[in-house]
Design a protein around this ligand. Structure first.
Ligand code: NCD
Ligand code: ZN
Length: 353
């Protein structure tokens, strides 16, 4: 590394939404340019709840990739109240790498999610035994719990219990947004890790709400106060292998976001690594980016590091105000803002395949 360029092992995205059909075709090439692999979220409509559906979805993703792409989608099972230990075994036998817990109603397409985790204990038992990681959307959904408190309450009401009942279960606490979550992950055993998104490193709730509502910064779990952002940046740049990259890039059309009831989801796939570079550089920690982006996630999943590399160049550039998406328009995160690092090789390709 010098001050002008930084070459990294090609990163992986440990939490990504690519959708399906034409929407998938618009976005998957963007991630393939940046990332070697990605954990593919299963919250399609209907969700990916068994091995056969995961196989079909994997094939659809592979056939939507640009020619010569070496990108590998890592498939995930969507847990419902009815997921059985046999479903887990079949998923493992079909190279599904993890299973995802959406508390019912927590976020986009989570209506078939789990209503009571205790019902799933035999399934978690099998996951613990076989080493399949549990990916957790960590928010309670009870109406009386304030939206800004839902992650912290989830830790105290659900996660502590699950961790104590299944001490050997590998868990990824996804897209963490609070100091409470950072502390919980730090204090837990090495079986517990977490992903952090670029928007939670670069923004806090003032960025979303002061001077007018910015719908393109709205995602779930929602942005929190500045002190939580500070704790997340500290965790990301700490070199602690429990914290790694997961963009939660979640594409929705401009129209669906700029609406009286706007969808939750920030779209960061085209410039994900540049966004993380922005946050790490601001914190004076570019030397910590490679571990976070390219090593710690793979290590947690017991996968090899990628053999390809990418190079970032220190160069100001402006994020486009809009991109084409699914025959419509999408607004990328930080649209019209200037970023200080740019992906150099392979060249950043904004055009959908
Ligand atoms: C995600 C989506 O749109 O699928 N939205 C989001 O705000 N993150 C769902 C999710 O991961 O919560
Ligand atoms: Zn997500």
């Amino acid at each position: 590394m010098n001050n002008k360029t930084l070459t990294l092992i090609k990163p992986d995205d440990w939490h990504l939404h690519v959708r399906s059909g034409a929407a998938l075709k618009s976005v998957v090439g963007m991630t393939a340019t940046q990332m070697g692999r990605a954990i593919i979220m299963p919250n399609l409509n209907p969700p990916v709840t068994n091995a056969a559906q995961a196989n079909i979805y994997r094939e659809e993703i592979l056939s939507a990739l640009p020619k010569d792409s070496t990108f590998t989608p890592l498939m995930v099972l969507y847990l419902t109240d009815n997921t059985t230990p046999k479903d887990i075994q079949e998923a493992m036998d079909n190279n599904v790498v993890a299973a995802k817990l959406y508390p019912a109603g927590a976020t986009t397409n989570s209506d078939s999610g789990v209503t009571n985790i205790v019902k799933l204990y035999p399934t978690l038992e099998r996951m613990q035994k076989t080493g399949m990681p549990l990916l957790v959307h960590g928010e309670v959904t009870r109406n009386e719990v304030d939206i800004f408190d839902r992650e912290a309450v989830f830790i105290d009401e659900v996660l502590r219990q699950v961790v104590s009942d299944f001490p050997e279960l590998k868990i990824v606490f996804e897209h963490i947004t609070t100091k409470n979550a950072v502390d919980f992950v730090r204090e837990s055993s090495d079986n517990i890790a977490s992903t952090i998104t670029p928007q939670h490193l670069l923004n806090n709730r003032n960025d979303m709400l002061v001077g007018g509502i910015k719908p393109h910064t709205y995602c779930l779990p929602v942005l929190k106060r500045a002190e939580h952002q500070v704790a997340l940046v500290d965790a990301a740049i700490s070199g602690n292998a429990k914290f790694f990259l997961g963009t939660d890039s979640a594409p929705h059309t401009k129209h669906d976001k700029e609406s009286a009831c706007g969808c939750a989801g920030v779209f960061s796939a085209p410039h994900a690594i540049e966004l993380y570079a922005q946050a790490f550089d601001k914190a004076g920690a570019m030397d910590k980016l490679e571990g976070f982006a390219s090593k710690f996630g793979a290590d947690f999943y017991h996968l090899p590091h990628n053999t390809q590399t990418i190079t970032l160049k220190k160069q100001n550039w402006t994020v486009p105000n809009e991109l084409e998406f699914n025959g419509d328009v999408i607004v990328p995160f930080m649209a019209t803002k200037t970023l200080n690092w740019r992906l150099e090789a392979p060249p950043l390709d904004w055009t959908p395949n």
